[in-house]
Design a protein around this ligand. Structure first.
Ligand SMILES: CCCCCCCCCC(=O)SCCNC(=O)CCNC(=O)[C@H](O)C(C)(C)COP(=O)(O)OP(=O)(O)OC[C@H]1O[C@@H](n2cnc3c(N)ncnc32)[C@H](O)[C@@H]1OP(=O)(O)O
Length: 257
């Protein structure tokens, strides 16, 4: 029994990104998820033991931390208040949802077609791989699935410098890709960025707080068109504008089947 759990654990995907949770059953990865679930339930009885490196508990990086400025916390509070909290009076749920954010995508992948097991086990999400709080990408994404839009509160840290005292354009592009990709992923399942067009309008100071507003423009078959604006928190200043094209794909595309 223990051996079967262990073998299943080697195969399953304990840190499946929240991005795909809503749509995973519609995708070809459904089979992998079954394995994940089976292994997860099988190991529940062992949950008090350390199962490292098969921990099913992940750190959610989108929680407030000591590096956040008062402005970051304020904007976070504003959107967090709109999130799915059932009120006693209405019994209704909010239309916004705060998305969790983990530093791993696929912990173990069967086959190892492109990457060795060692590289796979060391892989980390680009935006969540610096341990110092506030040093790089501090951000939280909120999703409004009904309105097909996302906002992201972003506080860029000192390791993201491009022009002196300001954020590197590649770091801004990374955040735009992340937020538009997250929206496309929630709406359409696994997606890859095919095209990203960016106009940089005004520089973003390091340590400031900006908001990325992302909205679905249209869907044409497997093509998902999303736009994004990066503004100051009161929206009085436009920093960046972008459009992105995502292509929906089946997970087998990445792993050689
Ligand atoms: C949990 C945290 C989550 C954070 C989210 C992060 C999101 C980050 C996402 C990424 O950064 S992905 C990494 C960067 N992207 C890549 O590496 C993608 C590399 N490119 C590919 O793998 C393929 O080119 C791609 C999957 C995008 C498309 O290949 P397909 O073979 O599926 O597309 P196909 O050639 O069949 O074209 C489908 C349609 O898309 C159109 N198309 C494809 N690429 C295009 C392009 N680049 N520009 C414009 N249109 C394009 C193409 O013309 C066609 O249009 P029609 O259906 O109207 O004929």
């Amino acid at each position: 029994m223990l051996r079967r759990c262990f073998q299943a654990a080697l195969r399953f995907i304990p840190h499946w990104p929240a991005l795909y949770q809503d749509v995973v059953s519609q995708q070809t990865v459904g089979k992998s998820l079954e394995i994940w679930q089976t292994a997860h339930w099988n190991t529940r009885g062992l949950s008090k033991m350390s199962l490292w490196p098969f921990s099913v508990k992940s750190r959610d990086f989108s929680q407030p931390n000591a590096s956040w400025s008062a402005e970051m916390q304020d904007v976070y509070n504003r959107y967090n208040a709109l999130c799915e909290a059932e009120t006693e009076e209405s019994g209704k749920t909010g239309t916004w949802r705060k998305l969790p954010s983990y530093n791993r995508t696929l912990k173990y992948v069967r086959g190892g077609v492109c990457l060795s097991k060692i590289i796979q086990s060391k892989s980390r999400l680009f935006t969540r791989n610096i341990k110092d709080l506030g040093a790089a990408f501090e951000y939280v994404v909120f999703l409004n699935q009904q309105e097909k839009r996302c906002v992201c509160v972003f506080q860029p840290g000192h390791l993201l410098e491009g022009p002196p005292g300001h954020v590197h354009g590649g770091a801004i592009a990374t955040m735009i890709d992340t937020v538009t990709g997250t929206l496309a992923g929630y709406l359409a399942g696994p997606v890859m960025t095919a095209n990203l067009n960016i106009n940089y309008r005004s520089p973003v100071p390091l340590g400031s707080v900006v908001v990325l507003h992302s909205a679905l423009d249209r869907v044409e078959g497997k093509k998902i068109f999303v736009s994004c604006r990066v503004t100051s928190t009161d929206e009085s200043k436009l920093h960046t504008e972008a459009t992105a094209l995502f292509i929906a794909f089946k997970m087998g595309y990445l792993f050689g089947s």
